[in-house]
Design a protein around this ligand. Structure first.
Ligand SMILES: *Cc1c(COP(=O)(O)O)cnc(C)c1O
Length: 290
């Protein structure tokens, strides 16, 4: 469907004696539409297409991986994209928004108060008056079709993992993994936002079916104080990890994820001979067209 898209390789980490630690390299599936974002977008783009809507509108901050991926996917898919960006325009555009603009995304800046009301009928009506018809993908791509995309991915993977670990922003990826893997596989989420417990209700809502709201857990102590915090110890871990394994990490999502996995292994959280899959959800914004 999209040129250059490959199915994600699985790489086994070296140096763990009594465990198998595999990494699902979603960061390698495509040069620009990387990581979990493609799976979250896929069925949304198809739904828009099916309804003959050729414009996608979504929301995000000025550095959002979701905005970046939506712009890239829209370009490849041949549909128009509109990004509603929180806050004022700052020039020159940062690399993320420059990439989005070059990929054809129209940017609309809204103040923080309006942004908070972005899912209200009034706000969307005003946008429709300006831009005509569009298909709305919520902030962070968090909806049921996004869950379906990740679920479909999970169903193509080996089913003999004891645990699957992923980073959580909105929890949509975790919900998709829970839905796609057998209920015997424990899904472990590492929230990157402070006080990540709020995600349980969001995830259960995305999972809809009570039978699926099982055998997953959120380990909230690996948020390092919040979304964009980059303590030295975390940065140090990322440098060492990348040197050792040649896997790029960033401090917002995957750095916290792999630190957590490393820490859990140190604390004997996993039983001997268990097989663990760590989902590398991407996060590097490769700016190729500026
Ligand atoms: C967006 C993002 C996530 C969070 O995914 P959710 O489905 O919102 O939980 C995790 N990792 C990376 C690299 C991301 O860009």
């Amino acid at each position: 469907m999209i040129d250059n898209m490959i199915s994600p390789p699985i790489q086994t980490l070296q140096g763990y004696k009594n465990l198998v630690v595999d990494v699902l390299r979603l960061d390698l599936i495509h040069p620009t539409i990387t990581g979990n974002k493609w799976y979250k977008l896929k069925f949304n783009l198809l739904a828009a297409q099916k309804n003959n809507i050729n414009t996608i509108l979504t929301f995000g901050g000025a550095y959002s991986n979701h905005i970046f991926a939506t712009a890239a996917a829209g370009q490849f898919f041949g549909c128009k994209t509109i990004g509603v960006i929180r806050g004022e325009e700052t020039l020159p555009l940062n690399p993320c928004l420059r990439f989005a603009t070059n990929a054809g995304m129209k940017l609309v800046y809204v103040d923080r108060t309006s942004y908070r009301n972005k899912h209200t009928i009034e706000f969307l009506t005003a946008l429709h008056e300006k831009f005509g018809e569009f298909y709305v993908i919520p902030e962070g791509g968090a909806n049921e079709l996004a869950v379906e995309g990740v679920c479909e991915l999970a169903q193509t993977l080996p089913q003999d993992y004891d645990a699957v670990v992923c980073a959580c922003g909105t929890g949509t990826t975790l919900a998709g993994l829970r839905k796609g893997f057998s209920l015997d596989t424990k899904i472990i989420g590492i929230p990157v936002l402070k006080n990540g417990e709020f995600l349980y209700s969001e995830i259960n809502q995305l999972l809809t079916n009570e039978l699926l709201q099982k055998n997953y857990t959120l380990l909230t102590k690996y948020a390092w104080g919040g979304y964009a915090k980059t303590p030295t110890e975390l940065l140090q871990f990322i440098t060492n990890f990348t040197l050792k394994n040649s896997i790029p990490l960033e401090p917002i999502y995957t750095g916290k994820l792999f630190f957590a996995v490393h820490d859990l292994i140190q604390q004997n959280y996993f039983k001997n001979h268990q097989k663990i899959l760590v989902v590398h959800s991407g996060g590097h914004q490769l700016v190729v067209n500026n």
